[in-house]
Design a protein around this ligand. Structure first.
Ligand code: NAD
Length: 476
């Protein structure tokens, strides 16, 4: 897609592809299980054959370590593909539903029909998997797709375009590279469904645009995901898991723990264990973190400056850097950095951090920790590190979050059987496996009468009919 096109040319070009896809959508809807699986296998094979290219482009985009491409992108993608191939026939089969006695003579079933024309918009932080995973579900559900990867990871976006051009005709799947101008032009089109992954701020723009056409939306957003570490937690294990969860992809993970709430009685040993965990992951041989091959970079200078701004604001207002703090602006490098003595009026406790800075707060009672969480928007993830079942249940009962992991971090994305997504400000709708298939499908109720009639209730409402209606209302 040529981003230098005039606005009119651009919208004409997008509209031409949209119209071609819309015309083809009814044929796509008629594809069989095998035909959809064959399309998904094309992607599976391409990804297997191009693993090294996928790793290379993400290194070029923000030095994402090859191992993190495997763990954070390809593992989850392959799991989704295998799961979809294994279960698609079952998902596509109409599902028989129970019939109430009052409707005797009828039968009911649930059919999943494709929504039709769908738009997928992806972010930059896991630029491959967050573009291709929803695509798998969209194809599985029988839709035609226009896909826009993020402009902030241009090497990955280019590879995605190449892959889709190799594998699909434009009338089935088309990729548009580019920035928000392209995104906004796409949002003008009357899609049946929009699957958006990105920030809550842009999520609002997407939902507003969708409202114009009453398109349904899946919004996979972000926000501040807290982690509670109570006094019963295994300190070393919790510290290691949280250090990994915070630093994977350099903290640029939607479900990364954003800030920690640590019980005051274990704060000091926890911090010691956290430091040791960071050293063992990023400086095992005593070399500075900057030299580690296992540590990605902030995606660009705008985001680097944003993070530095959050840090400076916190320090100016009295926060203390107790771990890390080193940076190199030219390289968009920031050490894993812990902030203590943070307060609510600091921006670091208001904005999603999305980088390797971790505020650590302590609490005395669980109610205090819960209050800190509940005075913010509902998070995408809430982590609980505890071996006290009562505490865990107490927290679950009094908070709301898209997903919760107890005694680990980040793993909710990896289980395709688990609904993944947010709630309100952190998202609408769920993805992963069947949940994703459902997002791209209209759940159509189908009822069929085989025998009998409701004629005995039709007008005129004589005394006899009224009596029958009363009996039906009372007993059936
Ligand atoms: P973003 O919202 O800035 O961008 C996402 C997409 O929207 C991109 O394709 C971009 O081109 C487009 N876009 C940007 N500005 C736009 C505008 N004004 N109008 C229309 N489209 C626009 O998000 P990002 O910076 O790429 O990603 C980071 C955010 O995404 C974080 O908030 C993170 O938590 C969230 N995220 C959520 C998930 C999830 O699964 N819930 C996964 C990854 C990232």
């Amino acid at each position: 897609m040529n981003t230098l096109l005039s606005e009119t040319d651009l919208s004409n070009e997008l509209k031409a592809v949209f119209d071609a896809q819309r015309q083809y959508a009814p044929q796509m809807a008629l594809t069989t299980v095998d035909q959809r699986i064959e399309r998904i296998r094309r992607i599976q094979t391409w990804v297997k054959d191009h693993e090294a290219d996928i790793q290379r482009v993400m290194y070029e985009d923000f030095r994402k370590p090859a191992a993190e491409v495997l763990i954070g992108e390809l593992l989850a993608l392959q799991a989704e593909i295998k799961h979809t191939i294994r279960h698609l026939a079952h998902w596509m089969k109409p599902q028989r539903l129970p019939t109430p006695l009052s409707l005797v003579g009828t039968k009911s079933s649930l059919h999943h029909e494709p929504k039709g024309s769908v738009l997928i918009m992806a972010p930059w932080n896991y630029p491959f998997v967050l573009s291709i995973r929803p695509l798998i579900s969209a194809i599985a559900a029988g839709n035609v797709v226009m896909l826009k990867p993020s402009e902030l990871t241009p090497h990955t976006a280019g590879l995605i375009r190449q892959m889709i051009t190799d594998l699909f005709p434009v009338k089935e799947v088309a990729v548009f590279e580019g920035n928000e101008t392209i995104a906004q032009a796409l949002l003008e089109l009357p899609f049946n469904h929009i699957f958006f992954t990105g920030s809550p701020a842009v999520g609002r723009i997407v939902m507003t645009a969708a409202a114009k056409h009453l398109a349904s939306v899946t919004l996979e957003l972000g926000g501040k995901s807290p982690a509670i570490v109570d006094e019963s937690a295994t300190i070393k294990q919790a510290a290691g898991q949280l250090a990994w969860g915070k630093c994977l992809n350099n903290g640029q993970t939607c479900i990364a723990p954003d800030y920690l709430l640590v019980h005051e009685s274990i704060k000091e040993p926890f911090m010691q264990a956290f430091r040791e965990a960071l050293t063992s992951m990023y400086s095992p041989d005593g070399k500075p973190v900057e030299q580690s091959d296992s540590y990605a970079r902030i995606v660009n200078s705008k985001h680097f400056q944003r993070l530095r701004g959050l840090l400076d604001d916190a320090v100016e207002k009295g926060a203390t850097v107790t771990v890390g703090g080193k940076m190199n602006a030219d390289q968009h490098f920031m050490e894993p950095t812990v902030l203590e003595n943070v307060r609510d009026d600091m921006r670091i406790m208001q904005d999603e951090i999305f980088g390797p800075i971790l505020p650590v707060l302590s609490y005395a009672t669980l109610d205090q920790a819960i209050q800190i969480i509940n005075q913010r928007e509902k998070p995408l993830a809430l982590y609980i590190h505890s071996h006290n079942r009562k505490n865990t249940q107490y927290i679950l009962d009094r908070t709301s979050a898209g997903d919760t992991v107890i005694n680990d971090t980040l793993l909710q994305f990896g289980n395709v059987e688990l609904p993944f997504g947010g709630v309100n400000n952190s998202g609408l709708g769920k993805s992963n496996g069947f949940f994703s298939f459902q997002e791209f499908s209209n759940q159509r109720g189908v009822m069929q009468r085989d025998f009998g009639t409701m004629k005995f209730l039709y007008p005129p409402y004589t005394d006899r009919v009224k009596k029958l209606i009363s009996l039906v209302v009372k007993y059936l």
